[in-house]
Ligand binder design. Structure first.
Ligand SMILES: Nc1nc2c(ncn2[C@@H]2O[C@H](COP(=O)(O)OP(=O)(O)OP(=O)(O)O)[C@@H](O)[C@H]2O)c(=O)[nH]1
Ligand SMILES: [Mg+2]
Length: 319
């Protein structure tokens, strides 16, 4: 593909042409040579669209909630994008089975674009592709773009946190749900959604969450907590109202543009840092495994390799 064709695709994305959007997403996912050029052209830090990350433990009702949110914004006449990310799945492109089921009612709506992304065994890559996919869909005027990640591991949280606003979905009966929160999970969400409010145990969950939030000493940094039932729809309006409030509460667009740009740049620095360091190790030793063998033979240490990386291409300590 040449630059001319890339320009056509970029124009297509800006016009909201669905096949073009799908094509560009595939290029991003597959690490096509022209992907960075396209992203460079499409990136607009002050874009109007909002991206919303939805994360939480398996089965918390994230997809059901996503489906509710889609309905809400469709009624308001907005085009909605959805990216479903499952790091444990090698599949991508088509919707994952469960998500397809849960969001079926929207599958034939031309105003809704749903895309699944799997890891293909490369977690860092997945965060990068999701980050870029959010920008592509926003450039195609999907607003909001929702990104659902399965699970609350570091990778999933990193991915959901790439969005402008992150919802952490919790449910009654997580056992000692506060366990996970102790691991700092309360700091993930800009908003905490207590889903399955139609179930027993919702009061206990709320008390536990509130107690953990009290550990955040700066009250203004405590995320709002909203009860809802994605199944019955109860409380979903409160959630969408809170989301609207969140957006207007940020000191205008400028703050959001700065926060987003900083997240994206940090993510690219992490990704490229890993890539560059990996390439240097590969150049010197052949592979990480061979570097390990070299260390075991007493030829070097992990620290000297580290020093080599920080001084590359200059000389490292002791060389
Ligand atoms: N009672 C009740 N059940 C719900 C509610 N929301 C979702 N469920 C049910 O919980 C189950 C899991 O819902 P999903 O929406 O697939 O949950 P998820 O978090 O997307 O699950 P994964 O993507 O597999 O992590 C389904 O059987 C839903 O019908 C709710 O508010 N109340
Ligand atoms: Mg799901």
């Amino acid at each position: 593909m040449d630059q001319g064709h890339a320009d056509d695709l970029i124009r297509g994305v800006r016009e909201g042409d669905v096949p073009c959007v799908a094509r560009v997403l595939s290029m991003v996912e597959n690490g096509h040579d022209l992907a960075p050029v396209m992203m460079h052209d499409l990136y607009d830090p002050e874009r109007a669209g909002l991206t919303v990350g939805i994360t939480g433990p398996p089965g918390a009702g994230k997809s059901t909630l996503t489906s509710r949110l889609i309905s809400h914004w469709r009624l308001a006449g907005r085009k909605v994008g959805v990216i479903a990310v499952d790091p444990s799945s090698p599949f991508s492109g088509g919707a994952l089975l469960g998500d397809r089921l849960r969001m079926q009612e929207h599958a034939s709506d031309p105003g809704v674009f749903i895309r699944s992304m799997g890891s293909r065994g490369h977690l860092g890559g997945l965060a990068g592709s999701t980050r870029d996919a959010l920008e592509v869909l926003a450039a195609a005027s999907y607003d909001p773009v929702l990104v659902e990640t399965v699970g609350v591991g570091q990778a999933e949280v990193e991915i959901a946190s790439l969005a402008d606003l992150t919802l952490l979905v919790l449910v009654p009966g997580l056992g000692d749900e506060v366990q996970t929160m102790k691991a700092g999970i309360m700091e993930i969400g800009d908003m905490i959604v207590l889903n399955k409010a139609d179930r027993q145990g919702i009061d206990q969950l709320e008390s536990a969450v509130m107690a953990s939030l009290e550990l955040i000493s700066d009250e203004s940094r405590r995320p709002p907590v909203i009860r809802c039932s994605a199944q019955t729809g109860q409380g979903v309006e409160d959630l969408t109202a809170e989301i609207d409030r969140f957006i207007s509460g940020m000191e205008g667009r400028a703050e959001m543009a700065r926060r987003r740009t900083s997240l994206i740049l940090e993510s690219i620095i992490r990704e490229k840092g890993r890539e560059m360091a990996g390439a240097v190790v590969a150049e010197r030793f052949g592979s990480v495994d061979e570097a390990v063998e070299s260390i075991l033979r007493g030829e070097t240490t992990p620290y000297r390799i580290g020093s080599m990386l920080s001084h590359y291409p200059r000389r490292a300590i002791g060389e």
